[in-house]
Design a protein around this ligand. Structure first.
Ligand SMILES: Nc1nc2c(ncn2[C@@H]2O[C@H](COP(=O)(O)OP(=O)(O)OP(=O)(O)O)[C@@H](O)[C@H]2O)c(=O)[nH]1
Ligand SMILES: [Mg+2]
Length: 328
């Protein structure tokens, strides 16, 4: 049944702190490298060059990496010498956090969705991204997350491309005790249309729409996506539209060009990072923050239903720099 939270799912519950700790732990490799640079008593230019190299290797990009070390040198000038590793660590963490803060959502999602719910308006969320980025898994996790926030959730199977796609989504539906809205039509836009009509009838709060993976340079598939978006806009309520792109965090800086290409075709209102548990390319977020104003809504960090958490610059910056796990 739509919106009915299964008692089974309680075994998946993890506190937000536990989840953030796992995000923090994912950054261990990078953190250890940064810690090694700053282990000494005296930090000089050669140490900052080592840091620059580490940042570049984590996909921060040469331009931003150079800007960061320059920024550190400047901030060091304002403090008294000699400079110890510990002191620089704090400065670096602040620089990273300031950058990541630009990727934080300014409008509170829970409040926006609650307003929609109180207005009896359906919020359809179109989930897009390249093949295998983790769209369907993320939908399963989001359904769980939003149900725990007392929203009723629907799942729309609009990946009509792969035969196994429906079954995969249905498995997530079962875990969440939600019926999956499937269509007999092949056209994903028509399937989305039907799913929205059905969800409005049922008074569902949030409809998560799964789509087939596609490369942003595939013209036909991008046209198909635009059509799905148009249909949703036409048939949906007047409430703010959402299209979230799912990005595999291991993609590193290529993710930025992926986002740019998708954005040319469709208005993206959120980014979801997946597979953060295995990434050693987290530096790309520092480039992303300089180039895009799209908020990161969630971070996925495992294959289980509860492995999703909101984006936290505090956790990621301290995870990269090597201060203790923050007291959050
Ligand atoms: N470790 C890890 N694995 C993940 C995460 N999210 C998804 N996966 C795995 O990534 C693989 C692909 O996930 P899917 O959800 O099928 O990806 P998709 O984008 O729907 O794929 P297509 O529909 O084929 O484009 C699966 O094996 C998932 O279990 C994550 O946060 N961490
Ligand atoms: Mg899928």
């Amino acid at each position: 049944m739509v919106g009915e939270t299964s008692t089974m799912t309680n075994s998946f519950d993890k506190t937000e702190t536990t989840q953030k700790k796992s995000i923090w732990e994912s950054l261990k490799k990078l953190r250890t490298q940064v810690q090694e640079v700053f282990a000494g008593e005296q930090i000089d230019t050669s140490k900052l060059m080592d840091l620059e190299e580490i940042l570049i290797l984590s996909d921060t990009g040469p331009k931003i990496a150079a800007e960061i070390t320059k920024d550190i040198s400047e901030r060091m000038k304002n403090t008294k010498k000699p400079h110890e590793g510990k002191e620089i660590t704090i400065i670096l963490k602040e620089i990273i956090k300031e950058k990541l803060n630009k990727l934080v959502d300014v409008d509170n999602l829970e409040t926006t969705f609650t307003d929609a719910k109180n207005d009896n308006q359906l919020v359809p969320i179109l989930i897009i991204g390249v093949n295998g980025s983790g769209k369907t898994t993320t939908i399963g996790k989001l359904a769980y997350y939003f149900q725990r926030q007392n929203f009723t959730v629907g799942l729309a199977a609009c990946d009509t491309f792969r035969a196994a796609a429906n079954e995969q989504l249905m498995a997530w539906g079962m875990k969440n005790s939600i019926d999956v809205l499937q269509s007999k039509v092949i056209d994903p836009a028509a399937a989305a249309f039907e799913a929205i009509q059905a969800s409005k009838k049922k008074k569902t709060d949030i409809l998560l729409i799964d789509t087939a993976g596609r490369l942003p340079n595939n013209k036909n598939l991008i046209e198909e996506l635009k059509k799905i978006r148009r249909v949703i806009s036409k048939v949906g309520d007047q409430f703010k539209e959402h299209t979230w792109i799912v990005i595999d965090a291991n993609t590193g800086q290529n993710a930025i060009s992926q986002i740019k290409q998708f954005k040319e075709a469709i208005d993206i209102t959120g980014i979801i990072l997946t597979k953060f548990d295995g990434t050693n390319k987290a530096g790309f977020l520092l480039q992303l923050s300089e180039q895009e104003q799209i908020p990161i809504r969630f971070v996925g960090h495992g294959e289980k239903i509860g492995d999703i958490v909101t984006f936290s610059p505090e956790v990621i910056s301290s995870g990269i720099v090597g201060t203790d796990f923050p007291n959050i």
